[in-house]
Design a protein. Structure first.
Length: 259
């Protein structure tokens, strides 16, 4: 070991050591710094980042977004807010009173399992346009500009957003459990509050919109071994939670592109 005699500046974000993860994927996946936990003797990386793998350029050429498709992806920032701690799930676990059912909407969140972090990165790398719940809630007519809407795990949505999505004729409901609970957004306070759904305000209330196409029963199938899309009146619904499959399956990404 050689000890440096020259003081070093703190590493910038771009200088933080990254570790390429041994994960089957169409993309290169990296963990950064020491941002991992040890579970069952294995490293589990938090907030891994995806990059294009030059060896798969031919695959990307098939999957890349074509502007002629006129498609948009809706990032579930309301859901990311709801899962933040302390927040909705602190209340659901009985660790907080109803004050935890109002949370601050942050500018940025970790790209987690619950907020479709893998899918967000994949669609971003493939060049898809991306908007958020906020864009739809503030201007529901924005969806009319697009021929196809790709919904992620948008579990928590406002009434205006729910109406705009369900009246659009071509929605890909990529994640089960979308459109599950109604929230109110206060942009002056930059906050989000649960209004109805997820057993609130009454325990027997499941879907906050009483939506007949709720497919939340499928959200626990994370392996997607029998993956298929089912037709509903305004689009297609996947029958499993594709957070792992989305970056591994060329077939899935091609189906999404071709709908």
């Amino acid at each position: 070991m050689i000890e440096s005699q020259t003081p070093l500046d703190p590493p910038t974000k771009n200088q933080i050591e990254k570790t390429k993860l041994d994960i089957k994927s169409l993309f290169d996946i990296y963990g950064y710094g020491n941002n991992f936990e040890i579970k069952d003797g294995k490293k589990v990386w938090n907030d891994p980042k995806f990059e294009l793998n030059p060896q798969n350029n031919d695959i990307y050429l098939e999957l890349n977004y074509d502007p002629g498709e006129n498609t948009v992806v809706v990032y579930p920032i309301f859901t990311a807010s709801a899962y933040d701690e302390p927040g909705f799930y602190t209340f659901f676990r009985g660790e907080c009173d109803e004050t935890c059912l109002t949370v601050t909407i942050n500018d940025e969140y970790s790209l987690d399992f619950t907020s479709s972090g893998n899918a967000f990165q994949v669609f971003q790398l493939l060049g898809y346009p991306i908007i958020s719940d906020i864009d739809v809630d503030k201007n529901p007519d924005i969806l009319e500009k697009y021929d196809k809407i790709i919904l992620l795990h948008n579990e928590y949505v406002s009434k205006k957003e729910f109406t705009a999505i369900t009246k659009h004729p071509n929605v890909i409901y990529l994640y089960p459990n979308a459109l599950y609970a109604e929230v109110n957004v206060d942009y002056q306070k930059n906050s989000l509050s649960l209004l109805r759904g997820h057993n609130f305000p009454e325990s027997e209330i499941r879907n906050g919109f009483d939506w007949k196409y709720d497919n939340s029963v499928f959200e626990y199938d994370v392996d997607c071994m029998n993956m298929q899309f089912d037709r509903i009146e305004n689009g297609w619904m996947l029958n499993c939670y594709p957070e792992k499959a989305i970056h591994q399956s060329k077939v899935l990404l091609k189906m999404i592109k071709d709908f």
